[in-house]
Design a protein around this ligand. Structure first.
Ligand code: PLP
Length: 462
């Protein structure tokens, strides 16, 4: 018998539960129209299964809540700070740690210290707030995903990798002097939840060293990346996920981490740095804008929850069961007749809406149409990653540059939904797949200039 015959088995049982609403089809139609046909505008009590985000949506454990109760709320030098700092230093190996209230605060503080106007931040793929914060610092982003990432059906194990040849060309080409930072997102949330291999990170580290460019990790999902390295990359099966994660952190000069994902906490983040000078600049900014450097905009109980969460998230029984549950959902969705980006990652599945709804051209936003249909048919909330989010628009909000793919992200909160909830999601997709042609397209009614998808309002096209 194999050592773990039931990979799906989670290492916890449920102690506190929360009711979920069941609306009628008519109530869902009304709620969605009132929300401007944008899932971000729905109220949580109008949703049956919420797969909008895996960020800050996880369930905490009894040990986390017990730790939170011990939280010491002193303004400076509180006990919780030392526990949090020691935990993070032990995990990452970085000497300098700053707490922040969430990942984007880390982005703002580090980019304003590191990037000058006109410079380039090069990445495998920038997350949307990361891109926005680079731009707010006056710099520009350059995404260089590996070629395999463009093939949604490829089972290449590390489609989150950066294209090393393109990175080297950038570091030696006419724009070399403009490169202010290389930032690797692990796992690659913008491109199908795909992991980055240790070999790729090592090569990036070597290139950055050779060319004197700082190298940071955007490590919101460091534990899930470590798990997939252990499962997929030769030479890592004998290491624990924690050992692999520490090795990844050690390859870089520092990191930005949203702890709302692999911190298993509703809020939080940190900056980890090797450089004392960069730390001093960031610390001054943190104190002025987030809070003193021993709490960074968080409460003592938050930091206690996170310190405990960082231990639980790296547990291999937890990671194995979470990965198995996502992979099982991917299989069910394929059986229902809908393709997902392959191979399945851990924190999310990405539906190939462009292929599923060929009657909808990109200007009718097939990804958004499928996300809308999931809500209208089953009360499931999720968001598109396609032309609505990434496409180029003119001033009248007409699509002029479609996104490369029309996807829908099903993000899976940590320790929240059972496999029965996920079976329900697959069943609703099977229902929609009976007659995909009845799914309608959408047009934009109004949209903000930055981070359009959060506040856009749309209407269905008859
Ligand atoms: C890869 C990545 N980086 C940064 C962030 C921003 O983190 P936060 O939402 O905590 O500001 C996110 C959030 O989803 C993310 O997925």
């Amino acid at each position: 018998m194999p050592e773990f015959p039931y990979p799906l088995l989670p290492p916890y049982r449920i102690k506190v539960v929360e009711p979920i609403p069941f609306l009628t089809a008519e109530q869902r139609r009304e709620a969605y129209a009132a929300a401007g046909h944008n899932p971000f505008n729905l109220r949580a009590d109008q949703i049956t299964v919420d797969l909008l985000s895996d960020s800050g949506t996880g369930a905490t454990s009894a040990d986390q809540e017990a730790a939170a109760a011990r939280g010491d709320e002193s303004y400076a030098g509180a006990r919780y700070w030392f526990r949090f700092r020691d935990e993070v230093q032990d995990l990452t190996g970085y000497p300098h740690i700053l707490p922040v209230h969430q990942g984007r605060a880390a982005e703002r503080i580090v980019f304003s210290a590191l990037l000058r106007p006109g410079q380039l931040c090069v990445s495998n793929t920038h997350f949307d707030t990361t891109h926005a914060n680079v731009e707010l610092a006056g710099a520009h982003t350059l995404d260089l995903p590996c070629a395999e990432a463009r093939d949604l059906d490829s089972d290449h194990p590390f489609k989150g990798n950066i294209d090393l040849y393109a990175l080297e060309r950038t570091l030696t080409g006419p724009d070399a002097d403009r490169v202010g930072l290389v930032l690797m997102t692990i796992t690659n949330n913008g491109l199908g939840a795909q992991p980055v291999s240790m070999a790729n990170l090592e090569a990036v580290a070597a290139l950055c060293r050779r060319h004197g460019v700082p190298f940071l990790l955007d490590a919101a999902r460091f534990a899930e990346n470590a798990w997939l390295v252990r499962e997929r990359e030769a030479g890592y099966a004998h290491l624990t996920p924690r050992e692999i994660a520490t090795r990844a952190f050690q390859l870089a000069d520092g990191c930005l981490v949203s702890l709302k994902k692999d911190g298993l906490a509703p809020v939080g983040g940190f900056i980890g740095l090797r450089s004392a000078d960069l730390f001093a600049t960031c610390e001054a900014n943190l104190i002025a804008t987030e809070g003193f450097s021993t709490y960074g905009g968080l409460a003592g109980h938050d930091l206690e929850r996170i310190a405990q969460g960082l231990r639980e998230v790296i547990d291999e029984h937890y990671l194995r069961s979470r990965a198995a549950s996502t992979a099982r959902l991917a299989d069910l969705i394929h059986d229902a007749g809908v393709d997902t980006v392959r191979p399945a990652g851990v924190h999310a599945l990405y539906l190939n809406a462009g292929r599923f709804l060929p009657h909808l051209t990109p200007d009718l936003f097939p990804g958004h149409s499928l996300a809308s249909e999931l809500y209208l048919t089953g009360g499931i909330r999720c968001a598109e990653l396609g032309s609505l989010y990434l496409g180029g628009m003119d001033e009248e909000h007409r699509l002029v540059q479609p996104a490369p793919f029309e996807l829908v992200r099903l993000a899976i909160p940590r320790r929240v939904y059972t496999d029965a909830h996920l079976d329900y999601v697959a069943a609703i997709l099977a229902e929609i797949a009976k007659d995909p042609e009845r799914v309608r397209g959408y047009r934009i009614v109004s949209a903000p200039p930055l981070l359009r998808h959060f506040k856009v309002r749309l209407e269905p096209v008859e």
